[in-house]
Design a protein around this ligand. Sequence first.
Ligand code: CMP
Length: 136
Amino acid sequence: PAERTLVLIKPDALRRGLLGEILGRFERKGLAIEALVLRGMDAALADEHYAEHVDKAFYPPLKQFMTGGPMVAAVLAGDQAIDVVRALVGATDGRKAAAGTIRGDLSLSNRENLVHASDSPDSAKREIALWFPDFS
Ligand code: CMP
């Protein structure tokens, strides 16, 4: 049974011309793209999306980064999509992420780490509703 997850391809990825590379990795894995949009994140959406992080020390620069340019948001679907996508994306810190992962191969930063992916069924549900309110 297919599971759904939300992915954000962050402003650093678009700035660096890595959109096709990153989307291609998800496609080649066999995940289905069920929704896709190019858009920016404003301050209010950032605070909602990252509700669990708004009080953390790293949040102000994270918010500045995430609101600093266009992004691509996507709903990806497939068997165990949440865990499969997180494995493809790799650990948060690009300097520590395993080679072969998106962050491990393409990011050298703990903040500008190219991709966000939902970390649980509850967050996938919440984040899909936030980014794609008409999606059912
Ligand atoms: P993401 O998966 O989008 O979830 C929260 C984001 O905060 C994370 O990716 C990074 O972009 C950023 N982040 C998490 N921890 C740190 C940190 N210690 N320093 C800077 N940025 C961080």
